[in-house]
Design a protein around this ligand. Structure first.
Ligand code: HH2
Length: 285
């Protein structure tokens, strides 16, 4: 599933530092939030020992990538000072980059945090603000990390205040391709870039469903696609399940749908359940 960049597989690959990820079958990105307030798992892993145990567990369960975040970007959230965010994530990045066989991703929209985490061993920068900050583009250009370019309408604090699109799939696709072009113009190799429509980031239920149903259009842009639907509010809106941790079945269904409609990577909290479902779905395809 993963390998050194020198022995790349034949199919589509994602170059992430010293890794070349084989994307010919969908990969699971497991989430490790070291935050007190994430909507999905806030406070569960802000003790370092608990965070390490959880990270080890989701790797053992089959995560091909470990995504570490130190700032919640849930709707309405306030920005976390960069020093506080870095203090949360850097020990975990260092620990997992040196101890585990899968690439470690830093989930941040702050250039200084991304740069420090790449120096600490992160192989992927996952930027929910889509590399809109020129300083983040510079960090990307100076390293060889894989990059997740995500679409977010506005800022977390206000993004759910009446989001509007004339055609959400066309507009999100246009934004993502433009940001990929900005990165490539700065010298980033195309094989390092993955696009993500940003489920739940400045989108209504209808927008989220349109993006998932329109995945083929995003996949047709020619870059690998990542989908993060796990435990999100739209699943609660569809099912009436209030507790994000109880949205496992809905999340697994969304991950399987995404994988079947062109997503190469699914970002999930419930790794064991998703890996199991994707294996069965792959055998039936
Ligand atoms: N969603 C969240 C965070 N990071 N990154 C990408 N690429 N795609 C996503 O959809 C995505 C993401 C939100 O989920 P979570 O990390 O569980 O919550 P919080 O932002 O509250 O920490």
């Amino acid at each position: 599933m993963t390998g050194d960049a020198g022995i790349a597989p034949d199919g589509p690959i994602w170059r992430c530092g010293r890794f070349a990820l084989d994307l010919s079958a969908p990969l699971v990105m497991g989430v490790l939030n070291v935050t007190p307030d994430s909507f999905s798992d806030g406070g569960l892993h802000d003790d370092p020992a608990a965070a390490v145990a959880h990270g080890e567990r989701i790797i053992a369960e089959g995560a091909a990538i470990l995504d570490i975040g130190g700032e919640s970007t849930r709707p309405g959230s306030e920005e976390v000072p960069e020093a506080a965010e870095l203090a949360r994530v850097r020990p975990m990045i260092t620990r997992f980059a040196s101890h585990c066989a899968v690439p470690v991703s830093i989930d941040t929209r702050h250039a200084s945090v991304a740069e420090a985490c790449v120096a600490a061993g992160a192989s992927i920068i996952n930027d929910v603000s889509g590399f809109r900050d020129p300083a983040m583009v510079q960090v990307a250009a100076k390293c060889d990390a894989g990059l997740v370019v995500m679409h977010m309408a506005g800022e977390p604090k206000t993004m759910q205040a009446e989001p509007h699109y004339d055609d959400v799939v066309v507009e999100v696709a246009g934004y993502l391709i433009a940001q990929a072009a900005v990165l490539e113009a700065a010298g980033v190799a195309r094989e390092r870039i993955v696009l993500d429509p940003g489920i739940g980031f400045g989108k209504t239920l209808e927008h989220n469903l349109a993006l998932l149903k329109g995945l083929a259009q995003l996949a047709a842009l020619g870059y690998p696609v990542l989908i993060g639907a796990s435990r999100k509010r739209f699943i609660g809106e569809l099912t009436g399940v209030e507790d994000p941790a109880a949205r496992v079945a809905g999340s697994v269904t969304a991950a399987c749908f995404a994988a079947d409609h062109g997503a190469h990577i699914v970002r999930v909290h419930d790794v064991a359940e998703t890996v199991q479902a994707l294996r069965v779905a792959a055998a039936l395809r």
